[in-house]
Design a protein around this ligand. Sequence first.
Ligand code: ATP
Length: 228
Amino acid sequence: MCGIQLQKVSKQFTEGHSSVTVLKEVSFTVNSGELIAIVGPSGSGKSTLLSMIGALLKPTSGIVSVNDQDLTTLNAKQLADFRLNEIGFILQSSNLIPYLSVYDQLILIKKMGGKFNKKDQQYAVEILTELGLGNKLTKMPNELSGGERQRVAIARALFNQPSIILADEPTASLDSNRAHEVVKLIASKVRKRKKAAIMVTHDERMLGYCDKVYYMEDGVLSIKNSVM
Ligand SMILES: Nc1ncnc2c1ncn2[C@@H]1O[C@H](COP(=O)(O)OP(=O)(O)OP(=O)(O)O)[C@@H](O)[C@H]1O
């Protein structure tokens, strides 16, 4: 199955003699073309969950599958490839590299990997144009508005054509209009390009753009409602 599947995923952190269970038997599915939201109080385990789906953390127990691949069976090199090829991260602040132009933010990683060709060049311009940044290709991050910076981050997340988009508080640094604009864009790209996407958010106004809303509390995930 394409998309994300979690089966009874738990995560414990151990420090010295004490351990804390941050996720408790979390199970859910996100299909391709679906954007789901996870809401819940600070410290409830939302970022830990995203980190596990993004192969940055391993579960203590349970199965995290992406596109039918059980991530717990992959070695370090395979996990690094998986992160690079299958996951697009969009974070709270856009995390752009200050000394690179808008265009270079997208192509740097491919250039470093020595796999850069004319098609990539065209695709970078196409996707930036689609996100309304066609006239900003040579601008530096400090010459952009917060909303524009976040749109570059979305373009960068989509550029590798990952199957999964993980967005952690993507609107936290934006005013209300820009927040709507950014989440609307994420939702439309997810549907058009058939990504499976998860957005962690504190912003209830963004939930209308999502197919499902889950609530996390004390490491337990439950369905909040269906908003479509
Ligand atoms: N590496 C770690 N070692 C120990 N405890 C950790 C570690 N990472 C996270 N935690 C704890 O796990 C719990 C869940 O953290 P997490 O960041 O997933 O919460 P969150 O719901 O994303 O919070 P917020 O909304 O504030 O970002 C917190 O109590 C946190 O202190």
